[in-house]
Design a protein around this ligand. Structure first.
Ligand SMILES: O=C(O)c1cccc(C(=O)CC[C@H]2O[C@@H](n3cnc4c(=O)[nH]cnc43)[C@H](O)[C@@H]2O)c1
Length: 235
């Protein structure tokens, strides 16, 4: 079984495939994107945001042959837990702004009586990923709007005290994986702090380097995970 890795943009895709070494990369065109096959990974730059990520991941997964789906890329880290240049792995992938705003605060989509607001990656895989890469485990929030103020960052942390990072694709990738009953993992390299907008403080190059290094260590874990039947219910 192969691993489908979904990034948002081609520079993230290439940071992942670089971890597979100098071997050949074969390219398959899909609507609006390419899947780059390198080692055990099929890596797709499926677009930014949860909708693009869900649509492209669902299209790629229809080909079959996958045993695991990974959402990967750069992300914003919450202060004090995920500094710029560090790695995080999602113990839960949370749709943090999917729901309804009310005078009494935010209601998640589940409170509206439909859908789901989180996916839980296999805990053993999260542990193995953290051990292999040094990634900090915690909730990774999927948002459609990048946080740009201290107030919004504080509100997200109040609602999700276990949050380590936010990004824009994880929940969409997880929805696509869920339709196929496949396990999902999300790993992010932190390029910026969640909070007041400060484009000069972004460290995208450092985060992409960290992403490559992380996949260098993660690939054996992913291969082991897809090679055997695993008990993914064990806490
Ligand atoms: O213009 C801004 O203020 C701004 C701030 C942070 C990120 C962006 C992006 O356009 C990148 C979105 C892209 O990268 C992931 N990402 C990286 N950092 C964050 C973040 O702090 N919050 C949410 N997403 C982030 C995301 O997954 C997208 O693929 C613009």
């Amino acid at each position: 079984m192969r691993v489908l890795v979904v990034t948002a943009v081609p520079v993230e895709r290439d940071a992942v495939t670089r971890a597979c070494g100098a071997g050949e990369i074969s390219v398959r065109r899909v609507p609006g994107a390419e899947i780059h096959r390198a080692g055990p990974l099929d890596v797709l730059a499926g677009g930014a945001g949860p909708a693009a990520a869900a649509a492209s991941a669902a299209y790629a997964l229809a080909a079959g042959g996958y045993g695991l789906v990974v959402s990967a890329g750069i992300g914003g880290g919450f202060a004090g837990v995920a500094p710029v240049g560090s790695l995080v792995v999602a113990s839960e992938i949370v749709a943090a702004d999917l729901g309804a705003d009310t005078p009494d605060g935010f209601l998640p989509v589940t409170a509206l009586g439909f859908g789901r607001d989180r996916f839980v990656p296999p805990p053993a895989l999260v542990r193995e990923t953290a051990a292999a890469t040094g990634a900090r485990p915690g909730d990774v929030l999927t948002v459609s709007t990048v946080t740009g103020s201290a107030d919004r960052a504080a509100a997200l942390l109040a609602a999700h005290p276990g949050a380590v990072a936010e990004a824009m694709e994880g929940f969409g990738v997880a929805e696509a994986a869920g339709l196929r009953d496949l396990p999902v993992l999300e790993i992010r390299a932190v390029s910026n702090a969640v909070g007041p907008r400060d484009r000069d403080a972004w460290r995208i190059g450092d985060a992409l380097t960290a992403l490559t290094e992380a996949f260098g260590k993660l690939i054996p874990v992913l291969e082991g995970w897809t090679r055997h039947d695993r008990d993914d219910t064990a806490g």
